[in-house]
Design a protein around this ligand. Sequence first.
Ligand SMILES: NC(=O)c1ccc[n+]([C@@H]2O[C@H](COP(=O)([O-])OP(=O)(O)OC[C@H]3O[C@@H](n4cnc5c(N)ncnc54)[C@H](OP(=O)(O)O)[C@@H]3O)[C@@H](O)[C@H]2O)c1
Length: 284
Amino acid sequence: MAYIFITGVSTGIGFDAMKTLINQGYHIIGTVRNETDANRLKDEFGKQCTLLIFDVTDKEKCKSEISGIYHMLEKEGLSCLINNAGIAVPGPLQHLTDEEFAHQMEVNVHAVRRITNLLLPYLGTDKKYNPGKIINISSVSGLFSSPFNGAYCISKHALESMNDVYRRELSMFGIQVIAIEPGPIKTEIWNKNMGTLDRFKDTPYGNILASADKMIKNSEMSAFDVKVISDIISGIIADPRPKTRFLVHRKPFLFKLLAYYLPDRIVDKMIRKTLASGDQYRPV
Ligand SMILES: NC(=O)c1ccc[n+]([C@@H]2O[C@H](COP(=O)([O-])OP(=O)(O)OC[C@H]3O[C@@H](n4cnc5c(N)ncnc54)[C@H](OP(=O)(O)O)[C@@H]3O)[C@@H](O)[C@H]2O)c1
């Protein structure tokens, strides 16, 4: 039996990846945060999945739940770990509370390292097993820093670095580490952010953020279907030597130009214009 571990399978990218990989015959060990989601997924997928219920920020629960499935992995190890669970905490850096900023980092960065380390022996650092793969669901926000989405961008930049460090450290075991860097994808993450910027309306950023919900809607309309990511994940798992990173963007050349080649001041001016027109602000 080939096992794949996915964090955050309740909705979105994690859910679709789970469904796709189960259809290909894998057994998915997925994480959710509540019994309702666990029961719903168990009803849909039955014996082809094992569901663990914990919040990734709960260190003790995370450790006890994951060590509870070691016996399943004892024989053949883990084929792939997909670090997917994530949140976006939007807002001006100046006005996010320390707790909000720390929570963003805890979910998108610290928990990824914690969970990866708990599973690494079964991915091949314990040389009993064939080397597995780690897929980190990063973001274009790990490559480019957008205003008012700062905490998320900082977390995904950290994840990009973690991805590269693990890739270089784990290559001696043959474990491959791959980053997927999506632009907007149609998932629940969009609705979760609707209206959350209202609380900054009385700050000096209030005017510029006033049309944020409309901008979120605009971005959502140009977003890719989640299937695009599941197909990339399937390709990575099937490929003995996949690329190390996958940028998923409608205009990859333009994105790379903005992110890597144009002078900062030109890009800053373009962003100011975009924000002023209230047209294309893309929060994730
Ligand atoms: N959608 C996009 O446009 C986009 C673009 C680039 C990258 N991404 C990345 O893709 C990944 C998946 O996001 P998505 O778009 O599929 O959004 P989503 O539908 O909101 O899924 C996020 C998943 O993470 C789980 N999660 C959140 N906080 C958690 C916590 N503290 N503990 C455990 N699980 C937690 C959620 O569980 P609950 O249901 O319990 O909240 C959910 O299963 C994220 O890392 C996100 O940054 C998304």
